[in-house]
Design a protein around this ligand. Structure first.
Ligand SMILES: Cc1cc2nc3c(=O)[nH]c(=O)nc-3n(C[C@H](O)[C@H](O)[C@H](O)COP(=O)(O)O)c2cc1C
Length: 208
């Protein structure tokens, strides 16, 4: 295993918004190739209940972008003026609001079942059986010169999105990923709190 390559991939797969190439088409085959890799991810009881909704139809993308805007546009725009790193995140997110309908493809990871009102254990097992695959998909995209950003705001309008796309009632949508080639690929590791401070050994709060 070439850890220089894998470490680079793991540390530089960012939420890409402003550097999505909106004008370059994304071939269906590259999406399938990345999804083929993604479904090597683990699932509880090997359930493999994932389903992947890829949206390229221009009219449906416009309607989904509208639902995304309704789901949290005000919230993102309001926070875009904040100072510092958080302000930069929100201003980038506000940019995505404006261009979301233009992305070449939207991928909505879905999973069979619903956990409305479930216990933490049930919810963890449920979402834990789709989220690793979503991240693998994003890593596979990055390694091929494409990018995405995990988004969740359209989930406030999940029912409307389901109606638009014909998604049955027993299916949960978990995110919406805009997918595009990226403009350049010189992404950098993000600043994070030191891992030593947030890792506890044998008792909660005991750091090394
Ligand atoms: C569960 C989840 C929900 C998110 N929802 C949104 C969203 O609705 N819109 C958006 O622009 N970014 C969204 N993000 C992306 C985060 O803002 C982003 O991951 C974070 O700012 C860190 O940036 P980085 O991924 O480049 O390190 C979401 C990320 C996660 C994991």
């Amino acid at each position: 295993m070439d850890t220089a390559v894998t470490d680079h991939l793991l540390t530089t797969t960012r939420a890409v918004r402003k550097r999505l190439d909106l004008d370059r088409p994304v071939e269906p085959d590259v999406i399938l190739e990345c999804l083929r890799l993604a479904i090597q991810a683990p699932t509880g009881s090997n359930s493999q209940g994932w389903r992947w909704m890829v949206v390229t139809d221009p009219d449906k993308k416009v309607k989904l972008a509208r639902l995304y805007e309704e789901g949290g546009g005000d919230y993102l725009r309001k926070n875009a003026t904040a100072a510092g790193a958080q302000g930069r995140v929100y201003s980038s997110a506000a940019y995505l609001l404006d261009v979301l309908h233009r992305v070449p493809a939207m991928v909505i990871p879905c999973i069979e079942g619903r956990v409305d009102g479930a216990s933490n254990g049930q919810a963890a097992g449920f979402y834990g059986s789709i989220l690793p695959a979503v991240w693998s998909f994003q890593l596979a995209l990055r390694s091929r010169g494409l990018g995405s950003a995990w988004t969740s705001l359209h989930l406030h309008k999940e029912k409307e999105a389901a109606e638009l796309l014909g998604i049955p009632d027993n299916i949960s949508q978990v995110a919406l990923l805009p997918v595009a080639y990226t403009i350049g690929d010189d992404f950098k590791p993000a600043v994070r709190r030191p891992v030593e401070e947030i890792t506890f050994w044998d008792s909660w709060g005991h750091t090394r």
